[in-house]
Design a protein around this ligand. Structure first.
Ligand SMILES: [Mn+2]
Length: 358
């Protein structure tokens, strides 16, 4: 049974009470199923407390980017929000909207304590909640969200969150099959080769559906677009799964290196985690963002990946917005190719023949 005595319900309520009565409220959320589940849940909560739906604007981070960058700051500024909610995107000092009241709900290791912000982060809670679960717990103390609770439940399930009995009951009520298929469809948005197109679609589909079955039956043009992108992700993943690992000479690290326009590296690392239980699995994708290597690391061993990446990051002087973030046993990053090669060298990988001569 989950109970978080530290749930800051009062702070959350105070934030809602202090929301300006006009102007847009931007919800900047991660594009994975946990971020979208949290974002949509918060949108329902705001609407049910009387916020005009047209005031709510959903924003996301561009392909391969990080939330705390000038690029995203410009996106936020363009909306001129009177309030900004940042969900499942980490906690940083970088100010996206100075002077605007901000709410951050997250579960990754925090990196700072930002100004003008109500920060709710469950990183060190036991068991660590997902952002969807955390958002649902906070919101359902303010309004009744029973009917849309499955949306947070798919986020929680999709990000391997803790078992929460009401969510399990909701999944059964909507049938497990439809629940899993809806989760997979929404999760394909950020994984696809065109997340900038797919993520806003996924947010809208999840927001307007009353049930997972309704979501799956959506026959709008944009729903078809998302399903086509999902098919592409499946194909790219099936291809990447045929790779064999390379092993470090000095560290318990297994590397899978490949090139795909889709964000299948987290899936690949996850799929090998239990098959190589004594290793840190590293899946590195050269094809996701031009000139960069995007990589995911997962482990079932008692190794702290955040600490590992922090150590190498200091040694190499890595200063990147997307590096070594996340969870103790699930992290990754995005590096320029040259820096990634240096990281691999530090990790005890010999240059592979084709790249060494290239
Ligand atoms: Mn998450």
């Amino acid at each position: 049974v989950i109970s978080y005595p530290q749930l800051p319900s009062q702070e959350f309520r105070s934030y809602l009470d202090g929301l300006p009565s006009s102007g847009s409220i931007a919800i900047l959320c991660d594009g994975d199923v946990d971020g979208l589940g949290a974002g949509v849940t918060l949108a329902h909560c705001l609407e049910r407390t009387g916020v005009e739906p047209s005031r709510i604007v959903n924003l996301h981070v561009p392909k391969g980017g990080n939330a705390y960058t000038q690029e995203v700051k410009a996106k936020v500024d363009a909306v001129k929000p009177s309030a900004l909610c940042i969900l499942d995107l980490g906690v940083r000092d970088f100010e996206l909207a100075p002077g605007v009241p901000k709410l951050m709900i997250d579960h990754h290791r925090p990196k700072g304590s930002p100004q003008d912000s109500t920060v709710i982060c469950g990183y060190d809670w036991e068991p660590p909640p997902t952002s969807s679960l955390l958002t649902y717990l906070l919101c359902s103390e303010v309004v009744d969200l029973q009917d849309v609770g499955w949306k947070a439940a798919i986020g929680n399930a999709g990000d391997l969150g803790p078992e929460y009995a009401p969510f399990s009951a909701m999944a059964r009520a909507v049938t497990k099959k439809a629940f899993d298929e809806a989760k997979s469809l929404i999760n394909s948005a950020k994984r696809s080769s065109d997340p900038d197109l797919a993520i806003p679609i996924a947010f809208r589909l999840l927001h307007r559906a009353q049930t997972p079955k309704e979501l799956l039956k959506d026959d709008s043009a944009e729903a078809k677009t998302l399903r086509a992108l999902q098919a592409e992700v499946k194909e790219e993943f099936a291809h990447a799964r045929r790779l064999a690992p390379k092993f470090s000479k000095t560290q318990p690290i297994a590397l899978f290196r490949f090139s795909s326009p889709a964000r299948v590296h987290p899936l690949l690392a996850q799929s090998w985690r239990l098959r190589l239980p004594k290793f840190v699995v590293m899946a590195a994708n050269d094809g996701f963002v031009e000139g960069r290597v995007n990589f995911s690391m997962r482990t079932a061993a008692d190794i702290n990946i955040l600490d590992l990446l922090e150590k190498y990051g200091e040694e190499l002087g890595i200063d990147e917005p997307e590096y070594g973030l996340g969870h103790n046993q699930a992290s990754g990053g995005s590096l320029k190719r040259e820096m990634f090669e240096r990281l691999l060298e530090k990790m005890g990988f010999e240059e592979s023949g084709d790249r060494a001569t290239g």
